[in-house]
Design a protein around this ligand. Structure first.
Ligand code: 5RP
Length: 242
């Protein structure tokens, strides 16, 4: 699997640019990864200066960082079903997620591969539920044609059957292993991740639909047609594409 080599300054510019798009009263989806973390820190600074927002974290890691930075948090039940939820509703009464900000592992036009941090299931729920989804990347993520392995979160019992189907549709699945301990990566949802190499993905939409149809697949990392704005940070500034 290819790894990200973007500069931290470029990631920071992208994250801070997207954080500027957050306005008073917003419910904000908080993505996962080093670029999204810059956005969370920037939103935290704005909250400490008086901005009134609520964050919906997409992982344990983003939840922890947002808490550390003083961002009030809310869960999806409270945002979308405040009457049934026992949590306090958002300040606007609970009308959904205004904006979600998240990173990407690779992006071609507006088709994205996510899941380098194994958080793509919740990331996709939050991105799809948001009125606007802002993607924050550095130039190393931008390509003409997607060719990174697609992370596929699978129920542990379905690992072998999903892997067999992936091979049948032309992919090469590899179980993601934890780097610092002996054993596989386990997602926040208690599942496993197959990183699936399909070579160049000329047409991501049908592959996304096919992957989603495999029994035992919880979610895959192809995000097609979800992004509204790309905040592309570089060593000089930020380019916003919509
Ligand atoms: C986590 C993700 C991340 O957003 C993606 O891996 C990008 O991370 P980074 O900004 O650290 O390069 O999809 O599941």
């Amino acid at each position: 699997m290819k790894t990200s080599g973007g500069s931290d300054a470029a990631k920071r510019r992208a994250g801070e640019s997207a954080a500027e798009a957050v306005t008073d009263g917003d419910v904000v989806g908080l993505g996962t990864g080093s670029t999204a973390a810059h956005a969370i820190r920037a939103i935290g600074r704005r909250v400490n200066a008086g901005l009134d927002v609520r964050g919906v974290p997409t992982s344990f890691a983003s939840r922890r960082l947002a808490r550390e930075r003083g961002i009030p948090l809310v869960d999806l039940d409270a945002v979308f079903d405040p009457v049934a939820s026992r949590e306090a509703p958002a300040s606007d009464g609970g009308t959904g997620i205004d904006v979600a900000i998240d990173g990407a592992d690779q992006i071609a036009d507006t088709a994205i591969i996510k899941g380098g941090g194994a958080a793509h299931a919740r990331e996709k729920v939050v991105a799809a539920a948001a009125d606007r989804f802002l993607v924050v990347v550095d130039p190393t993520k931008v390509v003409d044609v997607l060719d990174r392995s697609v992370p596929v979160e699978v129920l542990p019992d379905a690992r072998a059957t999903v892997a067999r189907t992936i091979r049948r549709i032309g992919g090469e699945p590899i179980l993601r292993e934890a780097t610092r301990k002996d054993g596989p990566v386990v997602t926040d949802n208690g599942n496993l991740v197959l990183d699936c190499d399909f070579g160049e993905i000329d047409d991501p939409d049908p592959l996304a639909t096919r992957l989603a149809s495999i029994p035992g697949v919880l979610e895959h990392g192809l995000f097609v047609g979800l992004a509204n704005e790309i905040h592309l940070g570089n060593d000089e500034g930020v380019e916003i594409r919509d």
